[in-house]
Design a protein around this ligand. Sequence first.
Ligand SMILES: [Zn+2]
Length: 331
Amino acid sequence: MAVSYKDLGLVNTKELFKKATEGKYAIPAFNFNNMEQMQAIVQACVETKSPVILQVSGGARKYANQTLLRYMAQGAVEYAKELGYNIPIVLHLDHGDTFELCQSCIEYGFSSVMIDGSHHSYEENVALTRKVVEYAHKYDVTVEGELGVLAGIEDDVVAEHHTYTQPEEVQDFVSKTGVDSLAISIGTSHGANKFKPEQCTRNAEGILIPPPLRFDILEAIEKKIPGFPIVLHGSSSVPQQYVKTINDNGGKLKDTIGIPEDELRRASKSAVCKINIDSDGRLAMTASIRENFIQHPEWFDPRQYLGPAREELKKLYAHKTVNVLGSAGKA
Ligand SMILES: [Zn+2]
């Protein structure tokens, strides 16, 4: 029962990335796997009039169920209209690892897929990405490829160290594969523990400052492929007030360090036109739920603690579109 994303009211990334590159902002790619997250994303993006990429990893797809996801994405489109503004919504596969997974997502209504061949040799990455592009473009689905490897852990994606993207490779990769956008590695990192404290310096208030992103590599890449849409993964900022709330309420998070928002703001103004944010949403939700569990031990209706968690998520997402990515008002 294949369905086209166009019948669900979704869009691919083509037009969005073109406008984002020209307008010097980035489209938010927020991960989701349940109803409250989806509601928070749509509410925040409608209120701030931001286009949005609803992003699902292979693991999240298994968790939520492929058929439900299709209807949730369609529901997101209808929900946005009901809230009063028809924002462009993309349904995107995050870190697809096989041709078959990408194919299946396209059959179930995804408008965009990532094929992450970055763990393979360069030649194998090119061949796998090319194969996915050839299939996806038949259905007008856009494809994100990756060159270079990010450090960190996110779902099934694990790497010990960064392998920075080599600017010498990007032109060849883009032309051989036909991808629509390229994820690069310039020092962002997956998960909530993006850096070890010993990699960081401390500012006057004793706050850990991570090593800066490699904007020199980004600039070299932009010179090789001018105007081509660039994607940053692992771009949560890991707000320390959430970490504190979690740990003050029985949590045990250690060494949590994210990417400073001013660096992401700077990246948004470059060829970077999609920024992935997952961990910040996880932290916001967990902080709110933990706090309410401690403050209201008598609660047992999930709406009592999922409702405020959804509110907190919405605040976070609206803050990102307005103050970090610059996508507010661009829908
Ligand atoms: Zn990623």
